[in-house]
Design a protein around this ligand. Sequence first.
Ligand code: SF4
Length: 64
Amino acid sequence: MSRVVYIDEDECIACGVCQDICPEVFKLDDDQMVAKVLKPQGGPEDLIQEAIDSCPVTCIHWKD
Ligand code: SF4
């Protein structure tokens, strides 16, 4: 996989949806203020895409 996933942390509202869908890749930080990418190239691509499609503020993106 040549592309990686990243979160625009300024836009994230820490809803937790991405973590619920794909906890291998996404995790809320310890004070639950923002989501972080644990493994940019890890995790099933279909679940990463589902998280991207489900983020309520569309702040998860692919980067080539
Ligand atoms: S789904 Fe979007 S807004 Fe919600 S925690 Fe994940 S990155 Fe943040």
